[in-house]
Design a protein around this ligand. Structure first.
Ligand SMILES: [Zn+2]
Length: 68
């Protein structure tokens, strides 16, 4: 499934693909904002997050989805 996270630093919205491992493997990782470098999301557990994409900006009060 696709999940969305917004950067607390600059408001950029990212989509990521959440994948649940079929084996009891703990995945951990960290994604940093491509614009301001602040950590957007870090995870540790049976879910992994891949295919991060910038999908818009939420800082101006309107949501935009799609390639900018
Ligand atoms: Zn940012």
């Amino acid at each position: 499934m696709i999940v969305y996270f917004s950067c607390h630093g600059c408001g950029t919205i990212y989509s990521a693909v959440q994948e649940r491992s079929s084996t009891p493997v703990i995945s951990s990782g960290l994604f940093n904002c491509l614009h301001c470098g602040k950590p957007v999301h870090h995870w540790s557990g049976i879910y992994n997050y891949t295919d991060w994409k910038s999908v818009g900006h939420g800082g101006d009060g309107k949501e935009q989805f799609g390639e900018a």
